[in-house]
Design a binder for this molecule. Structure first.
Ligand code: ATP
Ligand code: MG
Length: 427
């Protein structure tokens, strides 16, 4: 066997010694979705092998052929993933033009890595300036690919990748947990984006029932042994509920009492935010140091209320308090739930909204049959009746909470160049 043949065989069979050494210290890649559009086997091959590496076990990688034109066609109908890897043999000017077309149908939160064939500093600077996370010059090795993905998503200095969305009810039993679970499920299934649901109602949480899960371990293990929490430990506590959805379940038992320090959940939440792009926090209807702290730190807050006076009063107090505690954040989003319950006197949605100065994100009717069947069967509403208008409303909530609704309308207006859109994307 010639040396050349041996090297080729070695390359196909696995990583070189150099690659293995380079990858030793890399941390596992979080639960992100990655789609690659390649033009040559020389790039597709190492990427495919990167997808099989243990550090990429949690990430979902799909490699397509066809380069940027195929990506543009693809994302006209499909949601964009957390990371898009694009190989292009085009010369710099054409490459920038193609990327600008792609930006038109691309979610600004998606990161982009370009693998090019031109060693051109000007092009590199232009791409980084316009929001591309990295420009790599072919040929690339498997370790290069894992390395570049790790540099974007596992950098301990970088902001956590996950956005946290905290759901809280204006009163007990208004359906806050149901909204949290269904919105989480909708986000994971519509956008194929990994979602972690954390049930913070340790005593009475219902996420385990609603997702038909009975994990032996969950959030209690993490909160009672904070010194052990890291991504690997947290991973063992997660129960897989759907293809892109996992649950940090509450024990839902009364053996212990759950009096926590104000910061008790902050480390768990931050760690979870490093492992998945979306974290849904099901916060119980109580006002303690730790619920307040959890709400203050959340990226987004959703209040669920029913159209009654006590709910209005409590929502007003919550909105006012949160405004004081988070003066530089958007106000909480509001879901009016269980509207139109027979024989119940209700406050009209318009009056409810006016008193608060907040337009509700959605109004969900009282539908005991649909909700009751879903709850009793441990199924999500979308699994029970995908065509129900309520499921349509929950899908809309998923779009709003991930910033996609606005993007849709912007797309219609035909705005945005690569520079504008990809800028948002900058690390
Ligand atoms: N729109 C609706 N129509 C009918 N029933 C509903 C609706 N929304 C929620 N429910 C039902 O209301 C009950 C309470 O819901 P859920 O447990 O989600 O409320 P919660 O606000 O989280 O309560 P808790 O204060 O106990 O945490 C559940 O049985 C749920 O199925
Ligand atoms: Mg609840």
């Amino acid at each position: 066997m010639s040396n050349l043949a041996y090297e080729t065989l070695n390359d196909d069979a696995g990583a070189s010694q150099r690659d293995i050494a380079a990858m030793q210290s890399m941390r596992p890649i979080p639960r992100i979705s990655i789609q690659a559009f390649c033009e040559t086997e020389g790039v597709a091959g190492p990427l495919e092998r990167a997808g099989e590496d243990r550090r990429m076990a949690k990430a979902h990688l799909k490699v397509h052929m066809g380069g940027i034109p195929t990506a543009i066609e693809f994302y006209h109908t499909a949601p964009t993933p957390n990371l898009i890897v694009l190989e292009s043999r085009s010369e710099p000017k054409q490459l920038l033009e193609q990327l600008s077309q792609l930006a038109e149908c691309c979610d600004p939160s998606s990161k982009v890595v370009v693998i090019g064939h031109y060693n051109d500093v000007g092009l590199y600077r232009e791409l980084i300036r316009s929001g591309v996370s990295e420009y790599v010059i072919a040929p690339v090795s498997m370790a290069d690919m894992v390395g570049v993905i790790a540099s974007i998503f596992t950098d301990p200095e970088a902001e956590p990748i996950g956005r946290s969305i905290a759901f809280i009810g204006a009163k007990g039993g208004v359906g806050s947990s149901t909204m949290a679970h269904n919105a989480a499920w909708a986000m994971s299934s519509l956008f194929k984006s990994e979602v972690v649901v954390a049930d913070l109602d340790l005593a009475f949480g219902t996420a385990n029932i609603n997702f038909d899960q009975d994990p032996a371990q969950g959030i209690a293990e993490a909160v009672f042994s904070p010194e052990r929490i890291d991504e690997v430990y947290l991973d063992r506590l997660l129960a897989q509920c759907a293809e892109h959805l996992s649950l940090l379940a509450a024990p839902s038992t009364l053996e212990r009492v759950y009096d926590f320090d104000p910061d008790a959940f902050s480390h768990i939440i931050e760690t979870a935010q490093r492992t998945a792009p979306l974290l849904v926090l099901d916060v119980p209807h109580v006002w303690t140091g730790w619920t307040r702290g959890t709400l203050i730190r959340a990226d987004e807050i959703v209040i669920t209320a029913t159209p009654e006076l006590a709910n209005l009063r409590n929502t007003k107090n919550l909105v006012d308090m949160l405004k004081r505690l988070r003066p530089n954040d958007v106000p909480p989003k509001l879901i009016i739930n269980q509207a139109g319950m027979p024989k119940r006197p209700e406050i009209a949605t318009a009056d409810f909204a006016e008193s608060l100065g907040i337009t509700p994100m959605s109004v969900i009717p009282f539908d005991p049959l649909l909700f009751g069947n879903a709850a009793n069967n441990g199924r999500m509403l979308g699994e029970m009746d995908a065509k129900s208008p309520i499921v349509g409303t929950i899908n809309e909530i998923a779009h709003i909470l991930t910033g996609r609704s606005e993007i849709k309308s912007r797309k219609k207006a035909g705005l945005g160049s690569i520079i504008g859109k990809l800028k948002l994307n900058k690390k």
